[in-house]
Ligand binder design. Structure first.
Ligand SMILES: *Cc1c(COP(=O)(O)O)cnc(C)c1O
Length: 424
């Protein structure tokens, strides 16, 4: 075992590691198959669009006629099987990107129907679900409607159909990833079922998918099974760990244009936006993304196998089909959760010497602990974990730029938990 040439892992844990890796072998092969497919898809998009070294130069000011920016957006559209895209460093986060897409399409008096229960925390403020937050969609007169998930965490297809039949919705909104909840992530097949229902009942309703954490996990993207518009963050999957910030929106050309008019200005749309020298990183990140997503998926699958073998509840299960890169491990005690995050941090390439402690984060009712030793602040395509200090003390982990180092990070998390057990 190479790992003990550099780290001091208990022999009992190394036994579990070996068994976990054996259990993962077949799944890793399947992941490699999807990675290869997506890598070739991305390569072909680069070739078809004639990506050239000269596209990496920096534009300034208005950024008129920035060929690198224009072609990057063509390449991204092809990768997503979409008509058009906007992919820019100007998006400050995933939430901002989704906000631009929502405000781009929706107008005062429009109604949105969310098909997948209460959305990701930061999006609730954008819709203005609980209160008419300043600048939220509800502040601008967009009506929010939601179909709750069923008890098993899956979409309520009957209820969705009947709500669509009764009312006129401008947009149906789907969140692909579980985010930090315990419901299952939607697969592309699940998304197709939802899109078919919407289009059958109400063909003019715009279907938008929050695609965060889902890009390149399967061979197809939501835009290839009926979604009109998708959006995501470049410090997650499609930035490949290289994009320093940014986001993308892809989908129907007319809708992407509306979003561009919201990002920049009406009448100007996609024609402006200086790239300031970031184009190379965005191209390189997109090119690396299928492989990096594969490594992150292997890390998630391995962690589920290892912690499953230690008796902890894991979700998804090792063999379960995945629609995103997130792994949840239920650790049962506060001590375990703290040790898990501290151990993982100790195996990070950056800030390994930092010892994370739980803290009271604004907007959360319980203290939260996080492990994040990343090259890009907040990048969750890099190995990272967090969880609130409340029962059942679950850690949500994701990312891993390469499996060999993320494997060590996960082992160190387990080792720290075992060590803690022995000391008590
Ligand atoms: C990460 C994420 C977002 C956006 O979050 P940011 O932190 O603003 O990038 C939105 N929806 C889901 C499901 C996510 O996982």
């Amino acid at each position: 075992m190479n790992v003990n040439d550099f780290f001091n892992i208990d022999s009992s844990l190394l036994e579990l590691d070996k068994k976990a890796l054996e259990k993962c072998q077949k799944i890793f092969n399947n992941i490699d198959n999807v990675t290869e497919y997506n890598q070739l898809k991305v390569l072909k998009a680069f070739i078809d669009n004639g990506v050239s070294e000269s596209y990496f130069t920096a534009s300034t000011g208005y950024g008129y006629d920035d060929r690198g920016r224009e072609i990057l957006e063509r390449v991204m559209a092809d990768c997503m099987g979409a008509e058009d895209s906007i992919m820019r460093h100007n998006f400050v986060s995933g939430t901002h990107t989704l906000t631009v897409a929502l405000f781009g399409v929706l107008r005062p008096g429009d109604k949105v129907l969310v098909l997948t229960g209460r959305p990701y925390d930061t999006i609730t403020g954008v819709f203005g679900i609980d209160q008419k937050t300043d600048g939220s969609l509800s502040d601008f007169g967009v009506e929010y409607h939601q179909v709750d998930l069923k008890a098993d965490g899956t979409p309520d297809l009957e209820e969705i159909k009947s709500r669509l039949e009764k009312d006129d919705f401008k947009m149906a909104y789907i969140q692909r990833s579980r985010g930090y909840s315990t419901r299952p992530t939607l697969t592309i097949d699940d998304i197709k079922v939802l899109c078919d229902i919407v289009k059958n009942v109400s063909k003019n309703t715009v279907i938008m998918v929050d695609n965060c954490y889902g890009e390149f996990v399967e061979k197809e993207e939501p835009t290839q099974v009926g979604a009109d518009l998708i959006a995501g963050s470049l410090i997650k999957n499609p930035g490949g760990g290289i994009a320093p910030t940014g986001g993308y929106i892809a989908g129907r050309k007319d809708l992407v244009e509306k979003c561009a008019c919201r990002l920049t200005c009406a009448g100007v749309g996609k024609e402006v936006g200086a790239t300031l020298g970031h184009s190379r990183e965005l191209y390189l990140g997109l090119f690396s993304a299928p492989h990096v997503v594969g490594e992150a998926l292997k890390t998630a699958v391995y962690a589920s196998a290892l912690f499953g073998s230690m008796g902890y509840k894991v979700s998804p299960e090792t063999n379960e089909k995945r629609g995103d890169i997130i792994q949840c491990v239920t650790l049962n005690t506060a001590e375990n959760l703290v040790s898990f995050c501290q151990g993982m941090q100790s195996g990070a390439p950056v800030d390994s010497f930092v010892v994370p402690e739980p803290w009271d984060m604004p907007g959360y009712t319980d203290p939260v602990i996080m492990a994040a030793g990343a090259f890009t602040l907040g990048a969750s395509i890099e190995l990272s974990a967090d969880g609130p200090l409340r029962p059942p003390y679950a850690a949500w982990m994701q990312g891993g730029l390469n499996f060999h180092s993320a494997h060590a990070g996960v082992l160190l998390a387990a080792q720290k938990m075992l060590k803690n057990d022995k000391e008590n």
